[in-house]
Every structure is written in C-alpha cells, then in structure tokens.
Design a protein around this ligand. Structure first.
Ligand code: ADP
Ligand code: MG
Length: 639
C-alpha cells in the first residue's frame, strides 16, 4: 500500500465526537471489547459480500475464502485487522465512520443529550453503564488506539480509500491503494495498550469473545497463519457442545449487549420445515424497543448465508425484544431480500417459532415466578401488544400477562402488594358476587395507588389492577372479558357500588339540598364539565373526575394530547362525595342565597383539585392561584 498524502478533512457528526470522548475515557474496564466489535464488523462485511455474490458471482471472484486476519506488531505498537469482505467506498467511509449509523449508538447519543449537555471527560459510572447498554461498534477502536487508519476497497470497484483519525473531532479521507477488495484497519495502540500487539493476548481475547464467529479469525505470525477460533456457526452446533459461557458471548455479540441472556432458546426443527433457531431474551430492556418502527432484531440466515438483521415477516413485532439467529434450509436464496421477506415459508417458520417462544415463557413463568416477574417488568409492555395484534394467541398471551394491583389490606397482606399476579390469580381471589375485573389506567403505577377513584372499591373489599403501560388502553377494550368477567375501569362510567360499609351508618345529607348544590356547581362550571353528580366511588376525597361511560378514557385522552394527536379533551364528569366535610359545608352554603355567589370559585377550585390529583396542571394556573387566595382570605378573615 503506497502512502498517499493530502486528502480531505471532514468533521465528525457532533454526536460522534461526544461518543468518542466518553468511549475513550470510560470504557476502560472492558477495553478488549474493541476486538470483538471490529471482528464482528469484518464478519458482517464477509456475510454481506457472500449474499450479494449469489446474484453477482463476479463480486467474490477468485477470493472466496473469507477470513479475518490479525497482524500484531509489537515493535511498532500496532494491531492490523484485515478482512476480504464487501469493503467500503469513499462515501461509505464518510457515512459509516463519520456519523452514528447504528440505531443503538443513535439511541445512546439521544440518551446522552437528555441526561447531560456536554459529553465531558469527568463522567463516572453512569456513562459506563450507558455504553454498556448500547455498545459502540467501530468507535470502540479508540479505547485502545490514539490513531486509527481504515483502508478499504469496495467489491467491484478499482478505487481504494483511506480514512484516518485520532478520534478528536475530525477524520481525513484520501485516495489509497489496496490490491484486492476488503478492509484493513490499523490501530496505533496507546502506550498503555501495548498488550494488544502481543500474540498471546490476542489468542486469549479472540477465544473468549469471538470464538463463535462463523469465519476463521487468523493470527499472522512470522511463520504462518494460525486460526484462533472454532470458525463454525455456533447455532449449528449441538446443544450439548455449547457451554453457557459461549451462549452468553454469542448473545452479547449478536445483540451488541453486555448483559446476560435471560432466556436462551436453541432448537433445530427437522421435517416439513427445516430450520435452526438460537434466540435470546435479554435481561435488560434494549434502548430502541419503543421506537416507532418496532423492528424485529433477529438475524436471518439461509443455509449459513446471512440475509438480514431485521427479518420482516418472520416474527411479529410484539416479540421484537428477541435477539439471535434463525437459519433455514427451506428458502431459495436467489431472490431479492424484499421477496424473501414475503415468502410464505418464512411466515410458517415464524409462526412455529412464536409457538415455541411463548411456550418457553409459560414454562419459565411456572417454574420461577420471581425471575419471570423481572422479564415482565422489562418486556411485558411489548408482549401485551400481541393481545390485540395476534387474536389467535390472545388467550395464551393473556395467560402470560402479569399485573400490579392494589388490594384492601384485609384480603391481601401488604408485603404481597408489590408482587405481580396473573389474571387467573385475580379471578381466583375475587370477592363473592364480584362480577367484574376492576382496573385503573395511568402513567405511573405507584401514583395510581393513591388515586381517589380507588377509594370506594377498596372500601368494599375489591382488588384493582394498576395498568400503567400506554398499550393497556388498547388491549383492554379489544379483549373486554376474561373468564366471563368484564373489565371495568374504576375511573369511568357510573360506579353503582352501593353504600360503603362504614359510611352507611353516617347521617346522609338531605337529598334535596344536595341536589341544589350539584345544580349550582354545574351551572358555575358550564361546559368545563359534562355533569356534576354524587358518587359511591369516593370515601376520603371530596371530588374526582371520571369519563362518561362511552367517552374516551381520561388517561388515553391525556396520552393523545401529549402526542399532539388531539387538541381538546372531552369534558368529564365531576363526582362529589356527599359524606365529605367540605361537601357538607357547601350544602349549607348553597342554602344561603347571600353566600351562594362563592360557589363559582369553589366549584372551579374543586375541578382544579381533581385535575391535580390526576397529575394534570389546573386549567389556568394563574386563575387557580387567585381563586385559592380569595377563598382562603375569606375563610380566614371570617374567623
Ligand atoms: P454496526 O456494525 O452495528 O453497523 P459499527 O459502528 O460497528 O456498527 O459499524 C458501522 C458501519 O461501518 C457498519 O454498519 C458497516 O457499514 C461499516 N463497517 C465497519 N467495519 C467494516 C468493515 N470491516 N467492512 C465493511 N464495512 C464496515
Ligand atoms: Mg459493528
């Protein structure tokens, strides 16, 4: 490779610079991951060429023995990593190694921007944990190198280009030479990283982190090339030949993750459909799980040839937390990726895999409820999408669902309060004659627990499901019933619960006088409410807001508003608790024509109070403050 001078200097995308600062400064404890990342890129590049060569054999030409070669040079303190994969054009180099292309890294940068303004140097453990979650791919080279040179020649092209950077804000692109297609990366190791120019260290790291890579990783020594890894696709090996450690390494490689797999599913189907799956459920939630595309992240291979990272049409998006590989014998490779993804055989394989995965989840749920609860915390919100998207498996998915609940102390001891339960558990411990499954929806399960809407239900001994995932607003109405019991929101429609055990002995306020108060409040509130009425729902609070039976749930309306999909909410019903001291006082006020005028202010304050209890700001904060001051002044001044 003749050295060429000159070239063009370009700036990194701002996020890359931030990422690089943090990578170089805080990933020290895991520095050897750089090799795994670079080897995995080389392997991906070979996979991509192999696939393109099916329709265009000239691309692979005479050089079909794919491999990655590591050449350490202890004297020069460099490590060279070369592959004969697809290579990169000039534009590829600029795009792939100058911006953040990977969704994982993009999410990382997003997170970074949210948590702190600048990616400064003095950041401690937080960043390490963050990077741990996201993985940084190519840029991890700068953990060990203070200068990186990438020389690449795209398959089918005669040009080669060299990308050079010290990882500090910019990189240079210059014309170069390379005898054949592929990519060569030279790492100029930092002074304290000389170990990565040592043969024994490379043997060790490759064995530990890249053993499962499907193509040979070779070490170029003075005499020969020595293969360091097993170089066979891990998923094709028999289960008993794979150790837990190897599964974990493979998972971390395909998922770009640092956590442990929570569940590993390795199966081989033979017969009508022939395919191998090696799938993992992660322990922690990957960052891109709730991106709008809801992309699947399972890698599809056809007879060991890599086809795509995001096999559409294979698995439903409610299983998008799965990572790993599906390799099949049953599909023709000489069709386009798009055609392939719509192959009915792929859908049949996918369906068989869904069956397997759900049954494995069922087993885990039965065997180890505590571990399953952790899984549910991380991925339940995704799995629940299947309840309305996959009608055929609805029953099975409902069985897998877990819920936090709030229950009257007398029936479920407090220490059980934070455990999640299944719907069957709920139904199993329902009160005699209870004919509905009660639930409440909102943003935050802990806040829901103190919702006024629950009071009357708890007082009467009912347990209530706390639903705090956005998706709950969608599956509940599509399901409607479980084991013959209707789902009923405690914050919607009329709650005809009958008198609560401890209130029925109390003096009731005069019905006629109460009606006068309600009418006056309603008049004062005008179109701000749909109605003002008495409620069985409340025992401690004075008021609450509920949606009318057939109106949109208030939580759903709030979500749509937050997303800008809806402008004005639907007017709700203000319910009042006739046993509450304040309401009793107001009944007296309503009787007195000279005092009545105060009810307009009080009504507005009650409405605002009900909104605040739900976590909403008052409709007009300035107005709220003024009314509150006025009412307090009058009340305190009167004394
Ligand atoms: P990822 O591998 O997840 O896409 P990386 O940061 O590891 O993210 O790499 C970024 C991109 O750079 C890759 O997607 C690929 O397009 C390109 N790339 C990196 N290394 C190579 C290589 N050895 N050969 C060809 N392309 C490469
Ligand atoms: Mg990579």
């Amino acid at each position: 490779m003749a050295e060429q001078t000159g070239g063009e200097t370009l700036a990194f995308q701002a996020e890359v610079t931030k990422l690089l600062q943090i990578v170089a400064n805080s990933l020290y404890s895991r520095k050897e991951v750089f090799l795994r990342e670079l080897i995995s890129n080389a392997s991906d590049a070979c996979d991509r060429l192999r696939y393109e060569a099916i329709t265009n054999p000239a691309l692979a030409a005479d050089d079909t023995e794919f491999k990655v070669v590591l050449t350490p040079d202890a004297k020069a303190r460099t490590l060279t990593i070369a592959d004969n994969g697809i290579g990169m054009s000039r534009q590829d180099l600029v795009d792939n190694l100058g911006t953040i292309a990977r969704s994982g890294s993009a999410a990382f940068a997003e997170q970074l921007a949210k948590t702190k303004g600048d990616g400064a140097k003095d950041k401690g453990g937080d960043d390490v944990a963050l990077i741990g979650q996201f993985g940084v791919g190519f840029y991890s080279a700068f953990i060990v190198a203070d200068k990186v040179e990438v020389t690449s020649r795209r398959a089918g092209s005669a040009e080669a280009w060299r990308w050079t950077s010290d990882g500090k804000g910019s990189f240079t692109i210059a014309a170069a030479e390379r005898a054949r297609r592929g990519t060569t990366i030279v790492l100029h190791l930092r002074k304290d990283q000389a170990e990565f120019a040592e043969e024994h260290r490379l043997r060790e790291v490759v064995k530990a982190h890249s053993d499962h890579i499907g193509l040979p990783v070779k070490l170029a020594t003075e005499k020969a090339e020595e293969t360091l890894n097993s170089a066979s696709a891990l998923w094709m090996r028999a289960k008993k030949e794979v150790t837990a450690e190897q599964y974990k390494e493979f998972y971390q490689h395909v998922a770009h993750a640092f956590d442990e797999p929570w569940l590993t599913i390795h199966t081989r189907a033979e017969g009508r459909l022939e395919y191998v799956t090696l799938l993992f459920v992660p322990t922690t939630r990957p960052p891109d799980l709730f991106h709008v595309e809801r992309k699947a992240s399972v890698r599809l291979y056809v007879r060991r040839v890599f086809v795509t990272d995001h096999a559409e049409g294979l698995l439903p998006s409610y299983l998008r937390f799965l990572r790993g590989v599906v390799d099949t014998e049953d599909i023709a490779l000489n069709v386009s990726r798009e055609m392939l993804q719509h192959d009915p055989v792929l859908a049949r394989i996918g369906s068989a895999i869904v069956t397997k995965v759900l049954s494995e989840l069922e087993k885990k749920a039965e065997k180890d409820a505590e571990a399953y609860a952790k899984f549910w915390d991380a991925f339940g919100a995704v799995l629940k999408e299947g309840i309305y998207e996959d009608i055929g498996r609805r029953e099975q998915l409902l069985k897998l669902a877990r819920f936090r609940t709030v229950a009257p102390e007398a029936r479920v001891p407090r220490d059980a309060g934070d455990k999640v339960i299944s719907l069957a558990d709920y139904v199993g411990r329902m009160k005699d004659k209870q004919d509905a499954i009660y639930y409440i929806t909102g943003e935050d399960a802990a806040a829901l627990k103190s919702s006024p809407h629950l009071e009357g239900f708890l007082a009467r001994g009912y347990e209530v499901l706390l639903l705090s995932d956005a998706v709950d607003e969608f599956w509940i109405p599509s399901v409607g019933m479980f084991e013959g019991k209707r789902f009923v929101s405690v914050a919607q429609g009329a709650a005809s619960l009958g008198p609560a055990p401890e209130t029925d002995k109390m003096d009731a306020v005069d019905a006629g006088e109460l009606a006068v108060l309600l009418a006056l409040l309603k008049q004062g509130l005008g179109t701000r409410v749909k109605d003002v009425r008495v409620s069985d729902r409340l025992t401690d609070s004075a008021v609450c807001l509920v949606a009318d039976e057939h109106d949109m749930p208030r939580h759903l309306a709030r979500m749509l508003k937050a997303q800008g999909q809806m402008k004005d909410g639907v007017a709700s019903i203000l319910e009042v608790n006739p046993h509450h001291a304040l309401i009793r006082t107001l009944v007296a006020v309503a009787k007195n024509p000279t005092q009545r005028t105060q009810l307009d202010d009080v009504g507005r304050l009650l409405l605002d109070q009900a909104m605040i209890r739900e976590g909403d700001p008052p409709a007009d904060p300035a107005d709220f403050a003024r009314r509150l001051s006025d009412v307090m002044t009058r009340a305190l001044g009167a004394k």
